[in-house]
Design a protein around this ligand. Sequence first.
Ligand code: NG1
Ligand code: ZN
Length: 532
Amino acid sequence: PAVKKAITEAALQYSKPDGKVFQYGTAGFRMKADLLNTVVFAVGLLAGLRSKKLSGQWIGVMVTASHNPAEDNGVKLIDPMGEMLEAEWEQYATRLANAPLDQIADVYDELVKEIDVKMTNPARVVFARDTRASGSRLVGVLGAALTATEVEFIDFKYMTTPQLHYVVRCKNTLGTQYEYGEPTEQGYYEKLAASFKKVMKGVKIQGSLTVDCANGVGGPKLRDLMKYLDSGLDIKVVNDDVINPDSLNFDCGADYVKTKQRAPPSSKAVPLDRCASLDGDADRLVYYFVDESNVFRLLDGDRIATLAASFIGDLARNAGIAQKLKIGVVQTAYANGASTDYIEKVLKLPIICTNTGVKHLHHAALRFDVGVYFEANGHGTVTFSENALKVIKNTEPQSPAQQHSLECLQALTDLINQAVGDALSDMLLVEAILAHKGWSPKEWLGTYTDLPSRLVRVEVHDRSIFKAYDAERKLESPVGLQGKIESLQSRYNKGRSFARASGTEDAVRVYAEAASRSEADDLATRVANAVR
Ligand code: NG1
Ligand code: ZN
């Protein structure tokens, strides 16, 4: 009763935007920042309940809107192992967020009963935010919800999203056999730097890497990380202005580069310079360069996945443990068809295609001993099963070469952020692999040739009528549309196209690829017209 009163009192300090219906989606809640107070308050309440339900394990709350414009913000929950909130709980978040403020304490009580939360359990929450101006107000609201419900909490101030995921996992594994690391920002840097040094043993990186930080939190954090790195990595940091709030994700960043298929206009890179872009909260990474003919060349998430899968596959073979590790790749429908072909025919690895959204990919990746998963937009990581960790650790090397490969694999399991896709960790992974292979981005690009593709955003009256199946590669509704799409794509050489409702924007996305640029564009336009 005391808690109920405290909740109501705290909640009534805020006001709910009229007529707005909130939904916890693939990226948590995300919208214009001035609409978020009551949503963040609701998430604070739920974070405490989630922790109590899980016997006081630490739960994370990240305040960010990733690659969205500066005036947006968002909030999402992180589960104890650093994973996305369990899907079953998304509806509870939605319910609390939509409760009228004078009834939110009642909805809270209903949930306690429905979920069967033992209220005498402790509750512990860690939170952090990206560099958006609205972040400080929103963590204030979060703090009010946590205080009202007597939850113990730690404010980690500014962090990249993956750093907070890391901290959550560390907190909950401390003192167990699965200890993941020191639950601090410094612990994160030390773990990355130490494992990077081990992976880099005996190899050297050619040239420098220019990293566009989207003018987000990745900028200062990359600079911090660099203080711990001493393995010959020459990083030039650009677009790291976190002072001017409007510059965030503006004309730069991974999303800009991937969707516009061009370098940020501010780029001073000359042909063959190795470049990378992070997004606003540093969980996405893409590489690119300009070739000798001044043509922009993108190395996206599909490329990072194929590079990592091929490298880990080679290491496993050289270490003599390939038979014991089931290595696989997880993609979505947005993966370029050429990458899928390459994985199947050249790397000869199994592929799972899942729905969009990393939680689906992550889940599927856990079905392999080594699960490499990346969305084409650059969000992804590699997971290692318990069996994989055991095999890598306990195999007795039969030669110095085997020993070297085993040590390298072992270090990779530490270098790679297994909780979630992490641009900084993925960047060190790519740099290490290029160094081992002695490749410039040009050789990396040469592994296969992307099919030209086009992504179109189509505004429709009601996107909820677009119901997809088969990992979102086909539409069952509206009736007849799938047949049209298939008949259109059959007219193009290597044509492939699909349409699905976006989970994060009020629009339908149409993807098309084909053997030539003009065919891909043409197919995308025709399918978009069929969708309208
Ligand atoms: P939607 O809006 O559902 O297409 C987008 C991205 C996803 C994922 C989520 C979450 C594309 C085509 N879609 O989802 O890959 O990153 O945002 O941020 O890039
Ligand atoms: Zn992001």
